[in-house]
Design a protein around this ligand. Sequence first.
Ligand SMILES: [Zn+2]
Length: 404
Amino acid sequence: MSATERLYYNDSRLLEFDARVVDVSQRDDGAIAITLNRTAFYPTGGGQPNDTGTLEDARVLDCIDVEDEGILHVIQGLTPEIGENVHGRIDWLRRLDHIQQHSGQHILSAAFVRLFAAPTHSFRVLEHECEIDVALEDPTDERIEEAVDLANQIIWESRPIQIRQVTTQEAEGLPLRKEPAREGELRIIEIDDFDLTPCGGTHAKSTGEVGVIASRSWERAKGLTRIQFMAGLRVLADYRRANRTGREVASLFSAGRDDSPALVAKIIEDNKNLARRIRELETITSSVEAEQLLKDARTADNGTRVIARVFDDRDADSLRNLALALIAHPNVVALLGSRDRETARLLFARSSEGPSNMNELMRAACATIDGRGGGKPDMAQGGGKNVGALDKTIEDAAQRLIQG
Ligand SMILES: [Zn+2]
């Protein structure tokens, strides 16, 4: 079987074509795949996703390059027969998006080479953005934006992008940005006076078609700099998302969009101050609460006053403040618990001169609430999942102290 003639090689804006079915096969997952003698559908490869569209009334869902066997069109719908002539249509917006991302990548990658001698190692078109892994030393926002600025300058000059077919030998004399991945006849994408790269993807006819490039974020990855960027239509979509987010935040403050970062920072600062003030106040209320609880304390034979209480939704700091306020009094053991829907929390503490061992008491208690915990003889804490057993666990511990 002969390879499929790739019509997209010569014209990335060819959106309709006629072809003959040369094979019909079934994929492992049961899907039907059509092979044509020629096609304008781009198959997944080189970091660029496949085209979609139609073959007669059938939808083309995927396109797979099987090299020597040709290009498989995975379809859904009426299956044509071998020998039949079919009319194919490419989904234009998806193709345009891929042209912009892919041509944009050539320009941006070339900009990194021009400015920082930093070659691109890999390229991916993701759902919302694209990624390139660049051998860029010391990445900073400024360096990356400098490359983005140069890329946009090249875009706005609307430089011609041409396809050149050369032999491997001819290619050796050309300043290619990357080594060709294949032997024999090579397809070179030339951006006028800026970049020469072997590539099989679909490209713009002029850099101006890319529209604009923006970088969204970057990170260090595997010794390289991974840069998230987007081009053309995607920049507009991302601007709309970012603007919506910015305006939604600003509307919470009844402020302008660009004023909101300072207002958010102020709220976070205010919140820290409030939390500090709450902790101070809690120390005061804890000692008042401790006085109240001591009135209901039960007294063991040895004179120890036992306070056993379970609270709802009381956090660890608050429980600890109360325990400290209680054991500031002589001869006190505090057996405190708190529960939320999923967790039971325990804190046992005694005044410094007491004889009982909180660590031992805690270990026994944790066994009954399916949890774990421990500590020192004068203070121990724990937690567990059996929230329903918390009341009884605390009461059992109190009884052990009272009855000695
Ligand atoms: Zn390319």
